[in-house]
Design a protein. Structure first.
Length: 107
């Protein structure tokens, strides 16, 4: 898929594709896959699509720094009661895994 095609997918379609990707890897339990498919899109739900996709497509060198910054911003403005560093790291793990999926399907 092209970047434009991926970015035009709904959150549901993104989540389903990501779930399939995780299932095929065979490394995660169904409950972990469910949590990851939800947590990976936290930034998309609580920020703008522009911010989300710019983080996903950022370089390997800047991804973690940018993702942490944007996750902290999103957590601070969301209803999330888990606004601490553990929440940032947890969501970063799922976002990084989602990024791997997106980069694997992008032409």
């Amino acid at each position: 898929m092209t970047r434009k095609e991926i970015e035009s997918l709904s959150q549901k379609e993104l989540r389903e594709g990501y779930r399939d990707y995780l299932l095929k890897q065979g490394r995660y339990s169904p409950s972990t896959i469910k949590v990851s498919s939800y947590s990976a899109l936290f930034l998309l739900r609580h920020s703008s699509a522009r911010v989300f996709w710019s983080v996903i497509y950022s370089s390997d060198e800047t991804f973690r720094v940018r993702a942490k910054k944007e996750l902290r911003n999103a957590l601070s403005t969301s209803d999330a009661s888990w606004n601490d560093e553990h929440s940032v790291i947890s969501r970063l793990f799922h976002l990084a895994s989602f990024r791997d999926y997106i980069l694997s399907v992008t032409e």
